[in-house]
Design a protein around this ligand. Structure first.
Ligand SMILES: Cc1cc2nc3c(=O)[nH]c(=O)nc-3n(C[C@H](O)[C@H](O)[C@H](O)COP(=O)(O)OP(=O)(O)OC[C@H]3O[C@@H](n4cnc5c(N)ncnc54)[C@H](O)[C@@H]3O)c2cc1C
Length: 364
């Protein structure tokens, strides 16, 4: 039996637990404190193809991540409240910019057939697909875009993992030398430890002498229950230029997100400033919305690196400790694939240089 510990039960940890639990030779224990978990606070948009980020390694990871997440959803029979290929619409105000976006979409589709149908959409067509929208928008519809509910996604994978024998300990863990984990006064040694604790990695690895170059970023979003919104379960996600993402998720519920705050540390309080920012943006898309429609707020901590790229793999001086962090604002898209690649490192060696810089870049 191989004794494996996972610290962190967000999308990376839950996927790793599920994948490892499929092999009877693994005995897996997952520790999760759930504080500030980004996964359960996230909006849930899976649509990396029209990103203008120039980082080719990130794009390769996000593109393949979107494909992998669809495969995982199918393999584990996720329901449509957990994973749904709803399509996405990305808008541009200027026609020249929209032409450029359409060219990019068609170019990217050559290597990403999973983007599905690419269609230029007028204001009328957008309103037909998204009756909530009152703004005059034009954009590109991509049928392969998807949305996930991070909280349900993780619960689903952890339930399957538990059925396969994974032990879940919902407490904060500390990492000691010699592959040892401490929870309260209890200590336990493992053959392999996987640390996927988001921004919590910095504190966890400090006792082992590592300085991890990762920072916390606060993200807030709001959820509305909209009286004039019917049951458009299949409505696409709208990513309007210069505005917050606008996600009708059915049953009258609408998610607006998210903020990106680099100077708030690990603070988890929802702020009035975020409410104004998110609500005003949403109102520019649907001018009938009211603050009385607000039913929930969510706050989570993303982890980001100096070059905004995720990293994963074996620790530079401790190959029996695997780490993943820095997934930033696209970690629901890249997280499951990162977990899959990390798990593969238990039986093969690879630095995955097609997807990331050398892992030592992120440590000193
Ligand atoms: C508001 C918001 C909106 C977002 N929207 C999107 C989106 O639309 N699309 C997208 O792709 N991505 C989105 N993201 C980003 C995405 O949510 C994250 O990048 C991703 O969830 C990170 O997953 P993770 O498993 O690395 O970390 P997390 O989900 O943060 O999980 C880490 C877990 O480790 C636990 N932990 C930490 N330290 C310890 C310890 N010592 N002991 C035990 N447990 C510990 C934490 O409590 C947490 O549960 C969004 C994020 C936020 C906050």
């Amino acid at each position: 039996m191989k004794e494996i510990a996972i610290i962190g039960g967000g999308i990376v940890g839950a996927t790793a637990a599920y994948l490892l639990s499929k092999d009877e030779k693994n005995s897996v224990t997952l520790y999760d404190s759930a504080d500030g978990q980004a996964t359960k606070a996230a909006a849930g948009i899976i649509s990396p193809w029209l990103s203008k980020r120039r980082n080719k390694q990130w794009y390769a990871l996000a593109k393949d991540g979107a494909t992998y997440i669809a495969k995982l959803a199918k393999e584990t029979h996720m329901d449509s409240k957990t994973y749904l290929q709803s399509g996405t619409i990305v808008t541009r105000k200027e026609t020249a910019a929209l032409n450029e976006l359409e060219d990019l979409a068609n170019k990217r589709k050559l290597t990403a057939p999973e983007m599905g149908t690419i269609q230029r959409v007028t204001a009328q067509e957008i309103q037909k697909r998204l009756p909530l929208v009152t703004a005059d928008l034009q954009g590109i519809f991509i049928s392969g875009g998807a949305r996930i509910d991070g909280n349900r996604f993780v619960k689903h994978l952890l339930r399957l993992s538990e059925q396969n024998g994974v032990q879940i300990i919902r407490q904060k863990a500390e990492l000691l030398n010699n592959q040892t984990i401490q929870v309260g006064k209890d200590t336990r040694q493992f053959d392999t430890i996987i640390v996927c604790a988001g921004a919590g990695i910095k504190k966890l690895l400090a006792p082992l002498g590592y300085e991890v170059h990762v920072h916390p970023q606060k993200g807030q979003l709001i959820e509305l229950q909209v009286p004039h919104y019917q049951d458009d379960v299949l409505a696409p996600v709208l990513m309007p230029e210069s505005e917050k993402d606008f996600m009708p998720i059915g049953a009258g519920r609408l998610i607006i997100g998210a903020t990106h705050e680099n100077d708030a540390g690990f603070d988890l309080k929802f702020t009035q400033e975020a409410l104004e920012d998110l609500f005003e943006s949403a109102k520019r898309i649907d001018n009938r919305l009211s603050k009385d429609d607000l039913i929930a707020t969510r706050v989570g901590t993303r982890a980001f690196t100096d070059d905004f790229s995720p990293f994963f793999g074996q620790l530079p001086n401790d190959p029996r400790i695997l780490v993943a962090s820095g997934l930033g604002s696209s970690g629901l898209t890249t997280g499951p694939l990162i977990a899959n690649l990390m798990v593969s490192l238990l039986s093969t060696t690879n630095d995955f240089s097609n997807y990331q810089k050398r892992i030592s870049t992120y440590f000193s």
